[in-house]
Write a protein that binds this ligand. Structure first.
Ligand code: B12
Length: 447
């Protein structure tokens, strides 16, 4: 059970030093208890207290690392029921299922196709991360051979699906270097599977036939100090599975129920008869707390929608997406290339840079930090005023890269022209078009 604010307060140094950012140790303790502060913010907490508090201040849904390499993922680690309360942290990992009796050639082909499903959006590469390898017939050698092939020859990480100890052992032996998720320990194989996970330090799924059925097993493991746990409440009925997800999240967050404070795995592939319906269910589980979502297959039209939904839901709603303030060369510009300026709101940057790139006119794009605000919003908030823009142009070093001292500003910011000219007497300010799609014609006609 989590500690209360007062219990936490008793373990803190009680110096009210304020170095954590809170006005008093009591306020800090209250923030810790409600998950709004990190223990590391207190520089003076003793090791002994740290140990006790670490448990109490751990996220109510524990984070679990699955896999290695570029497709490795942390799942869980969530602290709120609703995204607008703070943010969701760790995106739902998407898995595609493969059976262990699949022909080798077919497997190679499938991995090649799945690997190609990578989509660029606002500077991120969106892609699925897991293959759920399912034991088709109890053949340990075949299962291990497929696990080895996937682990060694692809970027994908693995969920190993078998309840047979020999089969699981064989696969673990050959692919443990990739930190696969073992699926699943049940009440029938619990001792053997938990021993295997502990020996190899691998994440383990606990599967039961109800939420209540999970608790005895998760508690036993936690008492033994093992926390790399993923849970499956066993429901394959859509309504029940949805309710389980909500109840698990609520119990962990609102009732501090540590027995279910783990990331969940869900199986649209076992709840629908076609991929379209699976996709619909997966979209529901991405919104409602599925930490790992297993599909029967990946297809671009289904995956793209899910990845985009995932990006949106797991983006911090309180912070606009930004790019770094800098000089961005587009298309190999030189000292005679035009210089344009915009804000660091990611959406603005990607629209504007995309249009410049499409124009095939090499250019320098200056991106000014406006705390992620669009052109007009930044102007209205005083973060894209003429003197600020002028100062940024001076300090960013663009003057050393170009002979031509002409600055093209967004059409919507025309009113700051005079202020910029005052700040930059050597420069000419040209007002560009209002909308980025008019940039290619504007740039081409100046050549
Ligand atoms: Co506001 N907001 N907002 N806002 N907001 C608007 C910008 C607007 C126009 C609404 C209105 O009243 N009609 C006013 C501004 C009025 C004005 O000054 N003329 C406005 C206001 C007043 C405010 C507030 C001051 C309100 C308040 O608190 N009283 C605050 C200020 C923020 C603050 O104080 N911190 C405010 C707040 C917000 C929030 C809710 C925070 C969001 C901010 C989101 C963000 O910026 N990250 C917000 C939004 C979303 C908007 C809204 C609806 C959309 C802005 C947007 O995202 N545009 C607009 C209304 C509207 O524009 N329809 C109001 C999309 C991006 C991509 O557009 O950056 O302008 P963009 O880029 C385009 C062009 O400018 C051009 O290409 C892009 C695509 O065409 N471009 C170019 C960009 N760079 C360059 C560079 C060159 C060289 C060229 C040629 C072209």
């Amino acid at each position: 059970m989590a500690l209360t604010g007062i219990q936490i307060f008793k373990l803190l140094p009680q110096t009210n030093c304020k170095e954590c950012g809170a006005p008093t140790c009591l306020a800090f303790a209250m923030n810790l208890a409600s998950g709004k502060a990190e223990l590391d913010a207190c520089p003076y907490v003793s090791d002994e207290a740290r140990e006790q508090l670490a448990e109490a201040s751990a996220p109510p849904i524990l984070p679990v690392q699955i896999g290695k390499g570029v497709r490795a993922r942390t799942v869980g680690g969530e602290t709120v029921q609703y995204r607008h309360e703070k943010t969701f942290f760790n995106p739902t990992a998407l898995a595609g299922k493969i059976k262990s009796d699949m022909d080798d050639k077919e497997l190679d082909q499938k991995l090649k196709v799945w690997n190609a499903f990578q989509f660029e959006r606002v500077g991120f590469t969106l892609r699925p991360e897991l293959v759920a390898l399912e034991d088709a017939n109890g053949d340990a050698d075949a299962f291990a051979a497929k696990a080895k092939k996937i682990a060694e020859n692809s970027e994908f990480n693995l969920i190993l699906m078998s309840e047979n100890l020999d089969v699981m052992k064989a696969a673990v032996e050959v692919c443990k270097f990739k930190n696969p998720l073992i699926y699943a320990a049940t009440k029938d194989n619990f001792d053997d599977f938990s021993a295997l996970a502990k020996e190899n330090d691998l994440p383990l799924t606990i599967k039961a036939d109800s939420v209540e059925g999970l608790m005895e097993m998760t508690d036993k493991l936690r008492d033994e100090g093992f926390k790399k746990i993923v849970i499956d409440s066993g429901s394959r009925d859509v309504k029940k599975a949805y309710e389980d997800q909500v109840n698990i999240r609520r119990a962990a967050l609102k009732k501090s129920n540590r027995s279910v404070g783990y990331p969940t795995i869900v199986f649209p592939c076992e709840m629908a008869s076609n991929l379209d319906m699976e996709t619909l269910l997966a979209s529901m589980f991405i919104a409602k707390y599925g930490a790992i979502c297993v599909m029967s297959d990946f297809a671009s039209e289904s995956l793209f929608a899910l990845l985009l939904e995932r990006l949106n839901i797991f983006t911090d709603p309180q912070r606009p997406m930004t790019v770094v303030e800098d000089i961005y060369p587009i298309g190999n510009p030189d000292e005679n290339s035009p210089v344009l300026i915009t804000t660091n709101f990611a959406l603005t940057y990607f629209i504007v840079s995309g249009e410049i790139e499409g124009s095939k006119v090499p250019a320098w794009l200056l991106v000014k930090d406006t705390e992620g605000l669009s052109v007009l919003t930044a102007w209205a908030a005083g973060k894209f005023a003429g003197d600020d823009v002028g100062m940024f142009v001076k300090k960013c070093g663009i003057a050393d890269k170009v002979k031509n001292k002409e600055l093209i500003i967004p059409g919507y910011a025309a009113s700051i022209t005079g202020e910029i000219e005052e700040e930059l007497p050597d420069w000419t300010v040209t007002v560009g078009p209002r909308e980025a799609p008019h940039l290619p014609a504007f740039l081409k006609q100046r050549q």
